[in-house]
Design a protein around this ligand. Structure first.
Ligand code: DMJ
Length: 629
């Protein structure tokens, strides 16, 4: 009766209020379910990113994972498993999202049954996680490009994407192209050889279908981890992870080279930690980092070349108390990052001291350093020889890269780098005949030698990186000239593959090319430096010719170094296409660097390891650029 007495308006208001309250009730009931669900059914991703290392205080978390790109055209390659493309921003793509299958062939795995069990568990966890996707929260990158200097520009067009996605910070994944697929195929072929004949050992001997040991630490496997991540080889990655979890033990009475184990093992573990967010890799990185520290216990604090990681003792090579300059000055990116992650400053202190000391040393020639340094006196030795090749190369590379890593604040590093490049221009640059190629020679006691190691071909990439970070445009010009030369070191050779060392002709002679090769120098070890520089050049210029050059090189690796039963081999004679004389060794850097840089070179996605967020160590392991102050 009272209802009827109410006016129409009053009745409508009451009905509206009832409806409103009912809707609110439904909403609050539904949302209660989510936190409860996420507590009891945590995703594997979340479990892995928690600091689970006893005694390890995680000071800085892992940065964003690299975009996982592979398998866009999986149909063409039946072995590749299709990968889910991310739909939401900040959902982390990491190993636990992988489509995991039991290993295809792991007869060499000692822990075969245990392995399958773990794989099964991971598959289960993966399934569970997929159903829980909506509750995964990922904060995304904590490391942003340096804002303190002019924002670098990139010539490669970013992938086209709907503006609505852009507004939400989402990016349409760039599909993998045919050349990238060819790199994936090459990697899988190399990996097949390693898996079948060298699993868990340092290097594959693809012809004798066996392996060689250097440190006995699964060097190829560790070096290749982040490559697999970047290429989207999820199954292979997961299998390798299981080996790292179960079989990688550093408590071994074995001598390792400080530099090589830092750039390949420590660097590889740190970058894989950053890409995957999996704390297993940080745990292992911390372990090896600590075990390498005895190297710094020298009278001068310039580290010894070798460390026994089981005994905690270190020593120089048997015949000298010298260390190699490039070796003691190219371990900084890795140890500094280890300090940043763990909060334990001892790693950074040790390597920073080396740089500070070298900064003050006499014996340089306009910024160019000699090749040796004494661990007792701390002075350069064998003065008067200057090269950008073996034993000095990555000193120059790490000056620039440390400066970038640290947010472009450490002026001494920049000063030393700029001075050194001036030194290169003044003392080491010449032009060859007949093509007038600009090359970097060597200086020995005032005498110029027209010799250039393939190793020097890191330089165009480094120069381009410096220019991209605001250094003088002259550096970019020089980079363009030098990368042309490095390409010619392949192009002018019968197999289309570069030898280890070339000598340039300074005078035109009829019938002679620019490049001359001595019999002792005509081997090719599957080295990365030229494709590394091609990658930087393409990223910064967008000029497709760099991709085409890299494509030619990949085809020649396939033609002359691919072993049918699996793996690739270094060769002894790049001048003999009918018999390049395989050496029966696949270096770990072929998977760690060469194929990774190829894949990145062929990509048009600037966010596939964004060079404003990551800096590559000298073994191609990307490490984050620190947040600028
Ligand atoms: C790698 O171990 C590193 O790139 C190092 O800086 C030089 N030598 C090899 C590759 O050629």
């Amino acid at each position: 009766k009272k209802w009827k007495q109410l006016s129409r308006l009053q009745r409508s208001i009451i009905l509206f209020l009832f409806a409103f309250l009912a809707v609110c009730g439904v909403i609050s009931f539904t949302s209660m379910g989510e936190p409860w669900k996420s507590l009891t059914n945590k995703s594997l991703d979340e479990q892995r990113t928690e600091p689970e290392i006893p005694g390890l205080k995680l000071v800085n978390p892992a940065v964003l994972p690299a975009p996982q790109k592979a398998d866009a055209n999986a149909g063409d390659y039946p072995e590749l498993s299709p990968q889910k493309q991310p739909k939401l921003p900040h959902i982390r793509r990491s190993p636990s999202n992988l489509q995991i299958k039991p290993p295809r062939r792991d007869v060499r795995l000692k822990t075969r049954h245990a392995t399958s069990k773990i794989v099964e568990e991971l598959v289960q966890a993966d399934k569970e996680e997929k159903t829980e996707k909506s509750v995964i929260s990922w904060r995304g990158a904590v490391i942003e490009p340096d804002q303190s200097t002019e924002p670098p520009s990139s010539k490669i067009k970013e992938s086209e994407k709907p503006s609505s996605l852009e507004a939400e910070g989402q990016k349409e994944p760039v599909p993998i192209n045919e050349r990238q697929m060819a790199v994936i195929e090459a990697f899988r072929h190399a990996w097949k050889g390693y898996k079948d004949f060298a699993w868990g050992h340092d290097e594959l001997k693809p012809l004798s279908k066996s392996y060689s040991e250097w440190f006995g630490l699964g060097l190829t496997l560790i070096d290749a981890l982040d490559t697999m991540w970047i290429l989207g080889l999820k199954e292979e990655f997961e299998e390798a992870r299981i080996w790292v979890a179960n079989d990688l033990v550093f408590d071994k009475n074995v001598d390792v080279n400080l530099f090589e184990s830092t750039i390949r093992i420590l660097g590889g573990l740190l970058s894989t930690y950053h890409l995957s967010g999996d704390s297993l890799f940080l745990e292992k990185a911390k372990d090896i980092g600590n075990r390498l520290m005895p190297a710094f216990k020298t009278p001068s604090k310039i580290p010894y070349s070798d460390v026994n990681i089981g005994r905690g003792t270190a020593h120089p090579p048997r015949w000298t108390s010298d260390s190699t300059v490039a070796e003691v000055t190219s371990i900084q990116l890795e140890f500094r990052e280890l300090s940043r992650l763990t909060g334990d400053e001892k790693f950074q202190k040790a390597v920073d001291e080396v740089m500070k000391h070298v900064h003050t040393l006499s014996g340089k020639n306009d910024g160019l350093v000699p090749m040796f340094i004494n661990t007792n006196s701390g002075q350069f030795t064998h003065l008067g020889v200057y090269t950008l090749g073996a034993r000095a190369d990555s000193y120059y590379e790490y000056l620039l890269k440390q400066w970038i890593q640290g947010g472009k604040k450490e002026n001494e590093l920049l000063e030393d780098y700029m001075r050194a490049i001036e030194g290169v221009k003044k003392h080491l640059l010449q032009r060859s005949q007949p093509k007038k190629l600009t090359f970097v020679g060597e200086l020995a006691h005032g005498h110029f030698s027209a010799k250039m190691d393939h190793l020097v071909c890191f330089l165009p990439g480094t120069l381009a990186l410096g220019a991209h970070n605001g250094l003088t445009a002259d550096h970019m010009k020089l980079a363009e000239a030098l990368i042309e030369t490095c390409y010619q070191m392949y192009e002018q050779v019968e197999t289309g593959l570069s030898p280890e060392i070339v000598h340039f002709n300074l005078h035109a002679q009829k019938g002679h090319k620019d490049v001359e090769i001595k019999p002792a120098d005509r081997h090719n070890l599957l080295r990365p430096e030229t494709v590394e520089s091609l990658f930087y050049m393409y990223r910064f210029t967008g000029d497709k010719k760099y991709q085409d050059w890299g494509w030619e090189i990949l085809q020649n690796f396939n033609k002359y170094t691919r072993v049918p039963t699996g793996g690739y081999t270094s060769i002894n004679n790049v001048q003999n296409p009918s018999n390049p004389e395989p050496r029966d060794k696949m270096e770990s850097f072929f998977l760690g660097e060469t194929l990774k840089y190829m894949f990145l070179l062929f990509s048009d996605d600037v966010d596939l390891i964004n060079l404003d967020k990551f800096v590559f160590n000298t073994e191609a392991h990307p490490l984050p650029i620190w947040v600028p102050a």
